[in-house]
Each structure stands twice: as C-alpha cells, then as structure tokens.
Design a protein around this ligand. Structure first.
Ligand code: ATP
Ligand code: MN
Length: 485
C-alpha cells in the first residue's frame, strides 16, 4: 500500500509539506484517525522505543507519552541518509513527517510512512540505560530521571494526572473550595509524625541561649519551624468560614519507616466540612473514593489494562468490586474482638487500646469482610487531640478507611468543637497552648460541629494502579537515605 501512496504524495506541492509541520499528538492520531486524516501528511515527535527491520525498510515504534500506545513509523531506507538513520535508535528523540495510512499489520490501526525525519537527540545504544526491555522496578528507581520513558511509568503518571484532576473536579462540582495551606509551619502540634526542620541558621555555628539551647529567636521566622505534616488545622480555619473546603498539597514526615506504603514526602487531600458529623464524613469518604476509582476506570482504560496485564491480573476486577459494594462500617472495639477471636497469629499482638497495624487492617478487609472497611470510635489515647470525644470517656469519633492490599487509605474524624473539652485534652497532652491560640479561637468564636479526613494521594495511587510499592506511584520518591533526582 505504501508504494502506491508515496508517488501520490510527491504530487502534493513542497509548500503543503512544509506547512504541515505542526505536531500532532500520537494519542490524537490513534483516537481519531478519520479526523486527523488517513492519507494526510502529519508530523509527530517523540522517543524511539524500538527499531527493527531489514535491508530495505525500518520499523520504528515511536512514543510521545500522550498514550501508552506507540505508533509504527515505516521508513524506506532508500529515501533517507544512512548516517542520519544510524542515530535513530532506542531512546533517540525524533520528529517525523509523513503520511498516515491504514496499517496492514495486526495490532495497530494506522501507521506512518516517513517522508522526513529530524533527529533532535540521539541515544548511544551502548550507554542508554533503557536500551533493553524488562528492567526490574528496583532498577528503574535508580534511574528515576529516565523511568518516565517506560510504558509502566508513562501509565502511572498519566493515571496520577487523571486522579489529581478528578479530585479537583469532584470537589468543585460539590461546591467545595480549594484552600492552599502553608508548607512551612510554626506549630509542632499537628501530631501526625516526626517533622523536618526548616532553618536558615548556620549549622556549624548555632546561636545558643543562656541555658545552652539553640536560640531559634535568631532563626528566619524568629521561632523554630518545620515542614507541615498535614494541612488540616489550617483547613479547619477555612471550613469554619466557607463551610466546605479541601486542601491538596505536599506533606512531609520524617519517620524512619521503610515500608512499601510510606514516603517522607507525599501528597494529601484533606476535605474539611462545617456541619458534618462522623456519618456525613464517612458518606463523603466512601462516595469520593468510589468516584475516583470510577473515574479511573472510565478515563484511564488503556493504562489500567496495561498495568493489569503486566503486574496485577485482578486489578480491574478489584476496582470494579470496590465501586459496586458498600463499605463495611464498624467500631474499633468490635474489630478488636473479631481479630482476637480469629486465632490468627499476627506479628503485632492485638488487644483493646493498641494502634492497629496494616496486617490487622488487611486481615479485616481481605479475610473477614472481603471489602473496604471503615473503623470508627478509636481509643482516644492513640488518636490526635482534636478528635471529638465520645461520651464513654474512652473513645473518639475517629474513622479510618481500610482498603484491600493497602490497609489505611484515609484517616479522619469529627473534630472536637467544644472549647473546654478541647482545652482539657491539650492540657492532658502537654501541647503548648501558645502555639495553638489561633486554632483555639475558632472554638471560642462561632464554633460549629465539623469533620474532615485525609486521603494519602499515593495510597490511592497504589490501589488504583495495582503497583506494590509506593515508590513507584510518585515521580521522584523521597524515602530515608534517598532524595536524588
Ligand atoms: P499510617 O498509620 O499508615 O502510617 P497515619 O495514621 O500516620 O498512617 P494519617 O496521619 O492519618 O496517617 O494521615 C492521613 C493519610 O495519609 C493516611 O490515611 C495515609 O493514606 C496517608 N499517609 C500517612 N502517612 C503517609 C506516608 N508516610 N506516606 C504516604 N502516605 C501516608
Ligand atoms: Mn491515620
């Protein structure tokens, strides 16, 4: 077929060809070839995934990241300079103009017959780390600067984008306002984990006060400051004015936990709603998660199918299952009874009062209920000071949403809106009041029942992509001992 078409093309004027240099994305060509025009001249730009062929013709798989699918470019060797073609290897970046034609080959609807090739950047086959296929995910982490060029990370990053977009869309459609909460915080009372210090003091010459302690009054902000572990406390301030808000930003935790579910820098979505109780909070969390998963199924089909084929044969079935079933809701106390009665040997023993580990959470989800679980009414001693106290004097109106394969994906609560009760808790826990006066004033002036939760974006990404390690669902992971790229 291409033999017939080439002479036809030659009839077209040189001018038409030269004006046809505007780039078309490969996703567009594959999605709507009728529109972009079979038989038309198009220009595509991207990175060579593979090149194969024979003495007369080369077949190049070109990918520009707009879709998991590469387009096949057919190159008649006789039409091109041999030296130039030698540069067109796996990893090279090229621009190709040519004719879009129906593909005779199986597995692709269209292909391109190259008429002009420009090499933007070659990639020495002896040095290019992605020369061969089939690298381990561990190896790819060591070349995080190049791994976006693999099918796997292309898929993950496109899904990540779609999830971020869907999060904003969900809340916008519901009338929630997006609030930007600060990254640098002067309070260390957020209580969600160890913090990273932010300072401009000279580490080799720290100013000291009379008692020999570091004098932070000389630091940039005149006090000791850290990177935030959560936007919640600031989010509450906005919710107590705008009613329904959410934050979506980076958070930082300096815990030395090297697990497949923890990052030192991760993104969190934190809605906060005035006039919501714990039930409203649970309803929102469940609806939100189902919406996001449904959005992925609808908008990321090709990428999910790829990840399912490569990594997780039950991925799409599991996503559908979660969107189609109600989450189980039960009190922590009941859950502990079930775990104790199970006779299961856990690495960390369970009794009332302990913080559940992911092995316990997953047992409940995967073995007992076989669907997502929302646990509520946790012991107050293992939860943060701001959670609303129950009348039993022992538990608080907390909720954790537990997911298959992940364990905790959301943590939230109804907040304590009563000034006296909140103060009691703050005194009990020795939280420095002077850092918290602004937060406490919301309970003094026009306090309101309110609730909210935090969804770990990368935990969501783990679930949606089926990837096993949280390092593989964020472009450039930060974990203990690793902050390259
Ligand atoms: P975990 O018990 O799993 O360490 P947490 O209870 O400390 O989590 P929260 O303070 O409740 O976490 O944070 C809210 C959400 O943020 C969690 O439900 C989880 O989805 C996510 N998250 C917490 N810590 C991390 C982390 N280090 N890396 C990635 N996501 C995290
Ligand atoms: Mn939690």
């Amino acid at each position: 077929m291409h033999i017939d078409l080439i002479p036809q093309w030659h009839i077209l004027t040189y001018n038409i060809f030269m004006s046809e240099t505007k780039r078309t994305k490969i996703a567009e060509l594959l999605k709507t070839p009728e529109k972009t025009g079979i038989g038309n001249l198009v220009t595509i730009k991207g990175w060579v995934r593979t090149k194969r062929g024979n003495k007369n013709v080369a077949f190049i798989a070109l990918n520009d990241g707009s879709t998991i699918h590469s387009i096949q470019v057919v190159v008649d060797l006789a039409d091109f300079d041999e030296e130039m073609l030698k540069l067109v290897n796996t990893g090279a970046c090229i621009s190709v103009s040519g004719l879009l034609v129906e593909s005779p080959g199986a597995g692709q609807s269209v292909e391109m017959h190259a008429k002009q090739i420009e090499v933007y950047g070659s990639a020495d086959p002896d040095l290019y780390p992605l020369q061969k296929k089939g690298h381990t995910l561990e190896f790819l982490r060591e070349i995080a600067h190049l791994r976006p060029r693999t099918n796997t990370f292309g898929a993950v990053l496109r899904i990540r984008h779609n999830m971020a977009y869907a999060i904003h869309k969900y809340f916008n459609d519901k009338g929630f306002y997006y609030i930007h909460t600060p990254i640098i915080t002067g309070s260390d009372a957020e209580g969600a984990g160890a913090m990273f210090r932010v300072t401009t003091l000279d580490m080799n010459n720290l100013p000291k006060n009379e008692s020999g302690e570091i004098d932070y009054s000389q630091d940039f902000f005149g006090k000791s400051t850290n990177l935030t572990v959560s936007g919640q406390l600031n989010g509450e301030l906005a919710a107590l004015a705008l009613s329904e808000i959410y934050t979506f930003g980076p958070t930082f935790r300096a815990e030395n936990s090297n697990t497949p579910r923890h990052l030192a820098e991760f993104w969190m979505i934190e809605p906060e709603m005035a006039f919501y109780d714990l039930n409203d909070n649970m309803d929102l969390a469940e609806d939100f998660l189902k919406y996001l998963i449904r959005y992925a199924l609808e908008h990321c089909k090709d990428d999910l199918e790829f990840l399912e084929k490569m990594y997780d044969k039950e991925l799409i079935e599991r996503l559908n299952f979660v969107t189609n079933n109600d989450f189980e809701r039960l009190p922590y106390t009941k859950a502990v009874e079930i775990l104790v009665a199970s006779g299961q040997k856990f690495e960390f023993p369970v009794e009332w009062g302990v913080d559940l580990q992911s092995e316990h959470e997953r047992y409940l989800v995967e073995k007992v209920f076989n669907k997502p679980v929302i646990l509520i009414d946790y012991p107050r001693d293992i939860k943060a000071f701001y959670m609303k106290q129950n009348d039993d004097g022992k538990t608080v109106r907390a909720m954790d949403v537990l997911f298959p394969r992940i364990g905790e994906i959301i943590g939230g609560s109804q907040r304590e809106e009563n000034y006296e009760k909140l103060m009691d808790r703050i005194h009990e826990l020795n939280i420095p009041e002077k850092d918290m006066w602004w937060y406490l004033e919301t309970r003094k002036f026009g306090t309101a029942p309110h609730a909210g939760f935090g969804l770990g974006f990368e935990r969501l990404m783990l679930f949606v992509t089926g990837m096993a390690n949280i390092r593989d669902v964020i472009p450039f992971p930060r974990t203990p001992q690793t902050a390259d790229f």
